[in-house]
Ligand binder design. Structure first.
Ligand code: SF4
Ligand code: SF4
Length: 320
């Protein structure tokens, strides 16, 4: 249900409230509290709501879109109550949603034709990004399900009350939890769970019966992003991967150009890998290492199995 305007909290109240909660962060939903804080001093012209999963082998956002439509709408109504911005809904898979086009850097580039500086939030460029899970959470963000009513309507409930944890005898509400997919590439099977955002990856592994040493990744597999067992799910993407610890046997760079052809930000991954290997900060800057969005496509296509993405990230550190 969309609440009447009069019941909606002002932006500062919402920021104070959310800052005391566990608000999950993931690629499709960058740090919401930090975005809202930055939006207090930047004009927000676009609110992007992502309802398509980063990786087409994952369906958590697609399912959320189908099952929580009213909550998503209410969350977006709250955002448009705070910001006079155009809402861009991304709900249908298309060529424009294939990886890596939904990464924040690519979305900002496509929407306003400006490059998001390395490490910056999209709100720095006037674009606020949430996914449908975060939008749904915004419609009623309290762990006890109290929502915004107490914060906004002047009834007897105070902000301090809203921050209180729910009574221990109350079961945790499903809407506060995150749907997670664990793809076990060793046993060729998929495990699904719905867990509180604070749940460490190790608990998902235990639930799925994964015990032996393995490589852990999160998000699209092509991005090759490691994750520690102790990391809470609220700080990972919602797709986890268990992989065998196979050694990578690399050959020499043949300058085949595959990595250059695939790079979405049109930089030269092979040259940057070499700059990193030689510790050459001038070349790292000359070949624009900071433009890398760490998508991993260069590594995925390299016929010599070179750790190109890792090299480019090392080159970024030479420049930064
Ligand atoms: S794809 Fe691999 S082998 Fe080809 S140029 Fe890039 S780094 Fe070198
Ligand atoms: S990870 Fe590789 S392909 Fe992706 S942006 Fe960086 S250099 Fe380009």
């Amino acid at each position: 249900m969309i609440r009447p305007e009069a019941e909606l909290p002002d932006l500062q109240t919402a920021i104070d409230f959310l800052a005391a909660q566990t608000v999950p962060v993931r690629t499709t939903s960058p740090d919401l509290v930090a975005q809202l804080r930055q939006a207090q001093s930047n004009v927000i012209r676009r609110i992007v709501c992502i309802g398509v999963d980063l990786d087409d082998t994952c369906d958590v956002l697609a399912q959320t879109r189908q099952t929580r439509a009213a909550e998503i709408e209410a969350g977006l109504a709250l955002l448009t109550h705070w910001f006079d911005a155009k809402v861009v809904r991304i709900d249908q898979p298309s060529a424009e949603t294939t990886y890596p086009n939904l990464l924040p850097e690519m979305l900002v580039l496509r929407l306003i034709r400006k490059r998001l500086p390395a490490g910056a939030l999209p709100t720095e460029m006037g674009v606020l990004i949430v996914d449908v899970l975060t939008a749904a959470m915004l419609s009623s963000p309290s762990p006890s399900g109290g929502g915004w009513v107490g914060a906004a309507s002047g009834n007897n409930q105070s902000i301090a009350d809203l921050r209180s944890p729910p009574p221990p005898n109350l079961p945790r509400r499903g809407r506060d939890e995150l749907p997670v997919i664990l793809d076990d590439h060793i046993r060729q099977r998929r495990f699904r769970a719905t867990v509180p955002p604070e749940t460490p990856v190790s608990e998902i592994l235990a639930l799925a019966g994964v015990a032996e040493p393995m490589l852990l990744r999160h998000g699209p597999l092509v991005a090759d992003r490691p994750v520690e067992p102790s990391t809470p799910i609220g700080q990972t993407d919602l797709q986890l991967h268990v992989l065998p610890p196979a050694p990578i046997v690399s050959a020499a760079c043949t300058r085949c150009g595959e990595c250059v052809a695939v790079c979405p930000v049109r930089i030269h991954p092979a040259a940057l890998l070499q700059a990193a290997q030689l510790g050459n900060a001038c070349d790292a800057a000359r070949f624009d290492a900071l433009a890398c969005i760490e998508c991993g496509l260069c590594t995925a296509v390299c016929p010599s199995s070179l750790p190109v993405r890792a090299g480019v990230i090392a080159a970024k550190r030479l420049v930064a």
